[in-house]
Design a protein around this ligand. Structure first.
Ligand code: AN7
Length: 348
């Protein structure tokens, strides 16, 4: 029987030793799906990498499985992270799997409830602070220095190692790297890891490199304006981050690839989110939709060259944040339990 999971699938490119526990919840190997409506509309070949299909519903599982396995290997008893939600859900799951204690620092009242529910049910110690994500990450660094915790934020290099495997899968599926990789950027671990992954792939298989197009939310766009944002705001809570830890990695990915990091508005994020669900049948969370919002904006601005192959990373599933889904004026009328009444509505 072949065991799935990032550590098994990509072992030779990861820091796996004889002593590394082969932890897995079946993460990685996520679908790359052609976006038919978006391709037709743009004249490009657009694909969606469905990272919401990972075991806890977000891309974080790829890096987390490596970070938690390495923490266990090194004898740590507990892991800690700051999070806008998805990292905490993932850390909590893999810590549970590995038999480690998990503590998560979250900005109180600012993470999607699906993510909070995950951290709770997986059994993490939840520390909700009166402060934003950037403050939570600062405190996490302090705890990591003082205590006997392994930090499993993306400042832990094992996280980036696991995360880079998504680039391998895309290049394997397409037979080459895309011309453009579009993704949301928050703490900037993901864009840093993809760039590393595509570079490693190119060295082995002599393939070309993509341009990296990162998209931040307008109210939380430190990399676009070139300085930290003290009080970031956006409906996409996952990327409500004002001072990304992997700032330099993001700038390097942008500049070395000839790419760019630009901003999309909350309205553009909402529109792309709705488009993906209604036109492509893909339900992602608001932050994930920033990648497609960015592509649609380029199209509107006449800055999207036709004929290019583009991969948009959809980082998390829409089920993470049903409050957001239902906030756009959703109401549903209760009908009499009679076929006639239903038929009337259907014929409207
Ligand atoms: C759905 O969980 O930072 O630029 O603490 O959850 O690598 O940070 C989440 C980030 C994009 C941005 N999409 O990725 C956390 C956290 C989703 C996310 C990002 C996040 P990075």
């Amino acid at each position: 029987m072949a065991f799935r999971g990032v550590l098994s699938l990509h072992k030779q490119y990861l820091p796996v030793t004889d002593k590394t526990p082969m932890l897995s919840l079946g993460e990685g190997d996520t679908p790359l799906v052609r976006a038919n409506a978006l391709s037709q509309e743009t004249g490009c070949e657009i694909y969606l990498k469905l990272e919401g299909c990972n075991p806890t519903g977000s891309f974080k599982d790829r890096g987390m499985v490596v970070a938690v396995a390495k923490a266990a290997e090194s004898g740590a008893r507990a892991v800690v992270c700051a999070s806008t939600g998805n990292t905490s859900a993932s850390a909590a799951a893999y810590a549970a799997r590995a038999g480690l204690v998990c503590a998560v620092l979250i900005p109180a009242g600012q993470i999607a409830r699906g993510k909070l529910a995950q951290a709770y049910v997986y059994g993490a110690k939840i520390l909700a602070i009166d402060g934003n994500f950037d403050k939570a990450l600062e405190l996490t660094r302090e705890l990591g220095e003082a205590g006997n915790f392994a930090i499993v934020n993306s400042i832990n290099p094992d996280r980036l190692e696991g995360q880079k495997t998504a680039a391998f899968e895309i290049a394997d599926d397409l037979g080459r790297a895309p011309e453009i990789l579009a993704l949301p950027v928050g703490n900037a671990g993901n864009i840093t890891a993809y760039w590393k992954g595509f570079n490693e792939y190119a060295r082995v298989k002599a393939t070309a490199l993509p341009r990296m197009w990162g998209f931040q939310a307008e109210g939380a766009a430190p990399l676009v304006i070139g300085k930290p944002v003290a009080d970031p705001h956006t409906v996409a809570t996952a990327i409500k981050i004002g001072n990304p830890a992997s700032w330099n990695g993001a700038v390097r990915a942008r500049d070395e690839s000839g790419g760019e990091i630009s901003a999309v508005s909350d309205a553009e994020i909402r529109a792309a989110y709705a488009y993906l669900a209604a036109r492509e049948g893909v339900f992602c969370e608001p932050a994930s939709a920033a990648s497609v919002a960015g592509i649609l904006k380029k199209l509107r601005d006449g800055k999207l060259k036709r004929g290019q192959t583009i991969v948009c990373i959809l980082t998390g599933t829409g089920l993470k944040d049903v409050d957001f889904a239902l906030s756009a004026g959703f109401t549903v009328e209760t009908l009499p339990a009679e076929a006639d009444a239903l038929m009337n509505v259907l014929q409207d």
